[in-house]
Ligand binder design. Structure first.
Ligand code: NAD
Length: 444
């Protein structure tokens, strides 16, 4: 599939939410091959089926379909290799660099002189030089980073589901091991990104930018979650207060409370910095507290539901609860670290019957592949549509603000729902209350 009219050849390692759009978009300028170890994903890609339910990715994939393989030999032929593998945490919230180390070891066996290796995975500051380069240098030909092959770090800022800010339009930062590596990486991104690219003086600074951005979001969300809890006690509607404070044209930026923080980034990345700083003798007390507050939100949601049910004389344990939304954010099918999973776990532990509906998750059975729910098959009913979910429930928790759940007050009122817990402030409180439903929000 080599097209001599293109600028060179690229292999993208890891074809997920980050790697797949990058591979598709860059294929308009380069000869691109995707490399992944997930055979099911490879089969879909090679049969022109987009493996992800994310609008922008689906559009790019339709426009620029790529071919993909699990044959490491393709790595040898590429001029540029971009690593986009996951960087999760384990069950104790310890960073798991397994995929990064695995991909680096595979690459080391194939590396050749003149290649540029770009890392996009989110990692703690220092990972490229302390972990990745030493693995890459264990190559059969004893090639050296910065001499025989180049290394750069360019964090991905993509926000799945965001229609305005997409891969092409999001400004980026980039760091290189050497000046030449930095220049080559800049040239690569400038060919398909229509946004400013800011060069930074070191790989470590570029790595730290991404962690800073995501910990910034985590601590601010934790802050507003704490304010929501406090204002609830004080009888203040936090959403009304945020609306008011947002009129200040400087010095305030709105963040919103919710059911907790999910996804592969904000709920994970702070642990990378916390652990690295811990090992280096610094205690990130503030970041740890933010994580603790955000992780406590699913418990708080269940507590709010229980209190609201008590107010109308219902016992949580005798209630059937509908969960609207499994994914961690609107418009995507990604359930990684989703607060919905934790809320369902807490309800099941209290012997509550649960029905679930998510229009973005085609195979809802995937919930049972999650370690939190491995043996829950008989206990969770997976609804095919909103009506089917609501029909059998006494209460519902709206966890994800999917567009399909907006303006559904009339549909909800048709069913025997007595309590609505709206964790995203998207349903009309007055309309629901006019139908005799008890409405409760997080912070309202
Ligand atoms: N998802 C986001 O919104 C987002 C945004 C910015 C940055 N990031 C960061 O980008 C990285 C990738 O995230 P993602 O959401 O795309 O992950 P993902 O799980 O959607 O995709 C990762 C892909 O890598 C593949 N993979 C795993 N190990 C591999 C290996 N050794 N060799 C080849 N392929 C391998 C997996 O099969 C999977 O297809 C993470 O570090 C993440 O923190 C993610």
């Amino acid at each position: 599939m080599h097209n001599p009219g293109k600028q060179g050849s690229v292999v993208v390692i890891g074809l997920g939410y980050v790697g797949l759009p990058l591979a598709c978009l860059s294929s308009s300028f380069y000869n691109v091959v995707g490399f992944d170890i997930d055979q099911k994903k490879l089969d879909k890609i090679n049969n022109c089926i987009c493996p992800l339910d994310e609008e922008y990715t689906k559009k790019l994939f339709a426009q620029y379909p790529i071919i993909a393989t699990s044959d490491p030999g393709v790595l040898h032929d590429a001029d540029i290799i971009v690593m986009c593998v996951p960087t999760p945490v384990d069950e104790h919230f310890n960073p798991d660099l397994g995929p990064v180390k695995g991909a680096s070891a595979t690459l080391a066996q194939q590396i050749r002189k003149g290649q540029l290796i770009i890392i996009e995975s989110t990692i703690y500051p220092g990972t490229t030089e302390e972990v990745i380069i030493p693995i890459l240098e264990q190559n059969p030909n004893q090639l050296k980073a910065g001499v025989d092959f180049g290394v750069a770090y360019c964090p991905e800022r993509i926000d799945p589901g965001n229609k305005r800010w997409v891969l092409e339009t999001i400004p980026r930062v980039v760091g290189g091991l050497t000046e030449k590596d930095l220049n080559r990486a800049q040239h690569f991104y400038q060919s398909f990104i229509r946004a400013p690219l800011t060069p930074l003086r070191s790989l470590k600074a570029a790595e730290a930018v991404k962690i800073l951005e995501n910990t910034f979001r985590d601590v601010n969300i934790a802050f507003i979650n704490e304010i929501a809890k406090s204002f609830d006690v004080l009888g203040i509607d936090v959403w009304e207060v945020i609306k008011g404070a947002s009129t200040k044209p400087f010095g305030f930026m709105p963040f919103y409370p919710g059911p907790g923080v999910g996804g592969h980034c904000i709920s994970v990345d702070p642990y990378y910095l916390i652990e690295k700083a811990d090992r280096s003798g610094f205690d990130h007390a503030f970041l740890k507290l933010a994580r603790k507050i955000n992780n406590s939100m699913p418990d708080y949601v269940v507590h709010l539901l229980e209190s609201a049910l008590t107010r109308c004389g219902l016992d949580l344990q005798k209630t059937r609860v509908g969960i609207l939304g499994l994914s961690y954010k609107a418009g995507v099918d990604d359930i990684r670290e989703s607060p919905a999973l934790k809320i369902i776990r807490l309800l099941l532990d209290k012997q509550v019957q649960v029905a679930v509906f998510d229009p973005h998750i085609v195979n809802t059975e995937m919930i049972f592949h999650h370690p939190l729910h491995a043996s829950d098959k008989p206990k969770i009913s997976l609804a095919k549509n909103l009506d089917a979910c609501l029909a059998s429930c006494d209460a519902l928790i709206l966890v994800t603000n999917h567009a399909e759940f907006l303006e559904q007050e009339e549909t909800i009122s048709k069913h025997p729902i007595k309590v609505v817990l709206d964790t995203r402030n998207v349903l009309n409180k007055e309309k629901l209350e006019a139908s005799g439903i008890i409405y409760k929000g997080v912070g309202r």
